[in-house]
Design a protein around this ligand. Sequence first.
Ligand code: PGA
Length: 242
Amino acid sequence: MKLVVVKGYEEMSKVAAEVMGKVINEKPDAVLGLATGGTPIGMYKELINMNKAGKVDFNKITTVNLDEYIGLAGTHEQSYRYFMNKNLFDHINIDKEKTYVPNGLAENIEEEGKAYDKKIDELGGTDIQLLGVGNNGHVAFNEPDKALIAGTHLTGLTESTIEANSRFFDSMEEVPKTAITMGLGQIMKSKKILLIASGEGKAEAMKELFSRKITTECPVTMLNMHRDVTVIIDEAAAKFVK
Ligand code: PGA
């Protein structure tokens, strides 16, 4: 694992955007695995600026997102499809037909998960997968558990995740309790992984990751088994990393 410790959120966003930009420039028709949450917003802003300045071209790019809430339509302001449009896709020269987010309204989520995995495989897999991490070490919506599921699947959210995500909703009750998420097996198939994290809330998860112990009770530790992981975190998140 390559570890890059930066001063703060802004620098994390810039450095991460450069990594992503390099992948795009080296392979103009790359498949990018993207993530939602507070963490990547700054990175997406950088990519928008780079796109407007002619430094990266999304014309031939395909994207696949990690997850989506169950029951929210893409037009719902808290859905991850809406997030991606608002924070990235609406501002760059990408063909939206080539941007994939799991369908949280699918009648049969199991089938949707299988079809999503098949789609990713047909695209040749992701060239880079961007990841944030939960305070509890979750990756996408793969929560700490006795076992993890490899493929895209339906999952319940833990109390800590519901609470963390409630900052985006009017009340706790409105936060969906279930989601469809890519599994760790699919995530680990990505050719390259880019993990970003900022702030002290992520320090414990980063400590676990760099303890080199692998446990399903802290899903992010699975990344220790991948050959090409770059971790860009700020000093606060790196507080306990030795
Ligand atoms: P955050 O979420 O970027 O909003 O902190 C990350 C995550 O839960 O994976």
